[in-house]
Design a protein around this ligand. Structure first.
Ligand code: AMP
Length: 279
């Protein structure tokens, strides 16, 4: 696997792939890789001839007081995992390749960025849309792979790609979970053993609420009960627990298909997010 940190060698390597007629799949990440990221790589390998993974801890998507400095960085281990998984090229740009001196442009996707994590983390999705647009232009992939774990992010990227005329496929990959149901996340590494044991209350409460809503129960009452259960299980703050339209992300107070349940909650210093479909 080639590891590339500068734009010129990236373009040279990609030109070789294109000359060979290879279909290029892009898997953007912030590193600290786990089985969720590796599932994206696996799907990309099934669908493409050459997989490019990127690792860049993007400063512009972190807000004041968030975990930019503490975010886990383990590039040697990540590179070994990607290499073993058959990734052809690791794009690990330096910050000045992404945001050179004088950098002044931002991509803002209105509407779909507003609620959920957009409300709790102002500016977050501008940072995400900007860096992903740059990655799309740098790599010009045939397909790009994103996890449903970050479902609003996936929706923002789909909207951005349509609006800015990126024509490659955007592929969403279902969330990979630990056996007890907790969604895999690089931020799970922050959890103490006790917090990790308690964290499972989030997907459990969500699953029960989703079932009760799909069975015809009253949405508001069910969500209030689920919140109380989450707060009684070691979480100290809930940013949101909401039922939304799975396509538009519009808030739903009555169950209509297709719907998804979305949550973000804090346990110790760690903010966890999750979402599940309602059947
Ligand atoms: P991150 O490194 O957190 O920016 O994530 C990089 C990509 O991996 C994003 O598209 C995430 O949605 C995806 N991802 C993260 N965790 C999971 C998971 N548990 N299952 C599936 N995809 C995931």
């Amino acid at each position: 696997m080639q590891i590339v940190r500068q734009l010129d060698p990236l373009r040279d390597a990609l030109a070789e792939f294109r000359k060979a007629g290879l279909k290029i799949g892009l898997v953007p990440t912030m590193g600290a890789l786990h089985a969720g990221h590796m599932r994206l790589v696996e799907v990309a390998r099934e669908q493409c001839d050459a997989v490019v993974a990127s690792i860049f801890v993007n400063p512009t998507q972190f807000g004041e007081g968030e975990d930019l400095d503490a975010y886990p960085r383990q590039e040697v281990a990540d590179a070994a995992l990607l290499d073993a998984a058959g990734v052809e090229l690791l794009w690990a740009p330096t910050a000045d390749q992404m945001y050179p001196s004088g950098y002044a442009t931002s991509v803002s996707v209105t509407g779909i960025s507003d609620g959920l994590c957009g409300a709790a983390r102002p500016g977050h999705f501008d940072g995400v849309a900007t860096v992903v647009a740059k990655l799309f232009n740098q790599v010009r992939p045939d397909a790009a792979y994103f996890g449903e774990k970050d479902y609003q992010q996936l929706a923002v990227i789909r909207r951005m790609a349509r609006d800015l005329d990126f024509t490659h496929d955007i592929v969403g990959v279902p969330t990979v979970r630990d056996p007890d149901g907790l969604a895999l996340s690089s931020r799970n590494a922050y959890l103490t053993a006790e917090q990790r044991a308690n964290a499972v209350a989030l997907p459990e409460a969500m699953r029960e609420a989703a079932t009760a809503i799909a069975d015809g129960g009253k949405v508001a009452a069910i969500l209030e009960a689920a919140k109380a259960r989450i707060l009684a299980s070691g979480f100290h703050k809930i940013d949101y627990l909401e039922l939304r339209d799975a396509n538009t992300l519009a808030l739903l107070d009555v169950f209509t298909k297709p719907a998804r349940l979305f949550a973000a909650a804090h346990i110790g210093p760690t903010r966890l997010i999750d979402n599940i479909p309602l059947s």
